[in-house]
Design a protein around this ligand. Structure first.
Ligand code: CUA
Length: 335
C-alpha cells in the first residue's frame, strides 16, 4: 500500500530496526501527549466556562497533583534517555573484527579504499552480513557520510579521523549522501552503497586490486625513510612500531594515550605533540609531504604490525608486559 509513498527508507542495516523502534516510540508518546492536551483543553474549557451567578474560584496549589505531573514525565524521559543511550553506544562502537574501509572526502566526491587495496569513487561495495568500519577524513572542508537505509550519519572532518560502522542486512543499492553543506556542488556529492551476496562480493573483490593497503603503506614507510629510525629491533632513534597499535603508550610527560588511528596520524603530521617516553623529539613533520591516501596507507601499515596472526599477538603481549622499550625478544617476532 505504501509502495509509492514510502514513510521510511529501506531498513538495510543491523541498527536500522533499533533506531526506527525508538523513533516510533517517540512518535507514539508525542502523539498521545498531544491528544491528552487537546482533550484537556476542550474539557476544561467546557467544564469551567464562565457562567452568570457562579463566582470564579482560585486554587492555590496541590502537592499530590504537582508530584504526579513531575514524576510521570520524568519516568517517561528517563526511558527515552536510557533507550537512546543504548542504541547510540551500539551504533557508535565498531565491533573489533570489522572489515576496514578508508574514506577520504573532498569537494565534491567520496574516495574509498578497502584494506585489501580496492579503490572506489562514490561507490562502496560490501558483502551482506559483515561488519564494516569506515575510517574517514576530509582533505578540505567538513562533509558528512550519510546512508539513510543504514540509519547512519557521521561528520567527516579535515585533520583527523572519525569512525562509523554498519552491518548490511539486505542486498541492494542504497543512497549515500553528503549531509553537511560543503560548497556549490554539495547536493551532487552523492554515491551508492552496493550490498552484495558474499559469493558475488568475493568475485568483485578478486579484480582490480593494487595489493593490500598495508603493503602500500609499508612501501611509503620505506620510501620516506621512516624505517631507518623506527626499526623493528627497537635499536632505532624512534620507538619500534611492532605491536604498538591499539595499545596504551606512555609519553615523555607522563601521560598515557591509546595508539589509535588518530594518534598515528598526529604522530606523522605533528611528531612533537606526543613523544614516547624514553625518546627525543627528533622526528621531522611530514605535514604537506604525504596525501590523505598515503596517510591512510601508513596507518594501515602500522596497524598491520599489531595483528599479523598469532605471532603478532604474542609480540603484543610481550611488549605490554615489559614497560622498558629496550630489547624485548618477543617483540621482534617476524611480521
Ligand atoms: Cu560534502 Cu556536502
Amino acid at each position: 500500500m505504501f509502495d509509492n509513498f514510502p514513510l521510511w527508507p529501506d531498513r538495510a542495516s543491523s541498527t536500522a530496526g533499533n533506531v526506527d523502534a525508538l523513533y516510533i516510540f517517540l512518535l507514539i508518546v508525542s502523539g498521545l501527549m498531544t491528544l491528552l492536551i487537546f482533550a484537556a483543553v476542550v474539557y476544561f474549557a467546557a467544564r469551567y466556562r464562565r457562567r452568570p451567578g457562579v463566582p470564579a474560584e482560585q486554587i492555590e496549589g496541590s502537592i499530590p497533583l504537582e508530584l504526579t505531573w513531575s514524576i510521570i514525565p520524568l519516568g517517561v524521559f528517563l526511558v527515552i534517555f536510557a533507550w537512546g543511550a543504548v542504541v547510540y553506544f551500539k551504533s557508535r562502537t565498531p565491533p573489533r573484527d570489522a572489515t576496514e574501509v578508508y574514506v577520504v572526502a573532498k569537494q565534491w566526491m567520496w574516495k574509498l579504499e578497502h584494506a585489501e587495496g580496492q579503490r572506489e569513487i562514490n561507490e562502496l561495495h560490501v558483502p551482506v552480513g559483515r561488519d564494516v568500519k569506515l575510517i574517514m577524513t576530509s582533505q578540505d572542508v567538513i562533509h558528512s557520510f550519510y546512508v539513510p537505509a543504514f540509519r547512519m550519519k557521521q561528520d567527516v572532518l579535515p585533520g583527523r579521523y572519525t569512525v562509523e560502522w554498519f552491518r548490511a542486512t539486505k542486498p541492494g543499492t542504497y543512497h549515500l549522501f553528503c549531509a553537511e553543506y560543503c560548497g556549490t556542488q554539495h547536493s551532487g556529492m552523492i554515491g551508492s552503497i552496493i550490498v552484495m551476496e558474499p559469493a558475488q562480493y568475493e568475485a568483485w573483490m578478486s579484480g582490480g586490486s593494487t595489493g593490500p593497503l598495508s603493503a602500500t603503506g609499508e612501501k611509503i614507510f620505506a620510501e620516506l625513510g621512516c624505517v631507518t629510525c623506527h626499526r623493528a629491533d627497537s635499536q632505532g632513534r624512534g620507538p619500534s612500531l611492532q605491536g604498538v597499535f591499539g595499545k596504551p603508550v606512555l609519553l615523555e610527560d607522563g601521560r598515557t594515550v591509546t595508539a589509535d588511528e588518530n594518534y598515528v596520524r598526529e604522530s606523522i603530521l605533528d611528531p612533537g605533540a606526543k613523544v614516547v617516553n624514553g625518546f627525543k623529539p627528533v622526528m621531522p613533520t611530514f605535514q604537506g609531504l604525504v596525501s590523505e591516501e598515503q596517510l591512510n596507507a601508513l596507518v594501515a601499515y602500522v596497524k598491520s604490525l599489531s595483528n599479523a596472526g598469532s605471532g603478532g599477538m604474542k609480540a603484543n603481549a610481550a611488549a605490554v608486559a615489559v614497560p622498558n622499550p629496550a630489547p624485548v625478544k618477543g617483540s621482534q617476532v617476524n611480521q
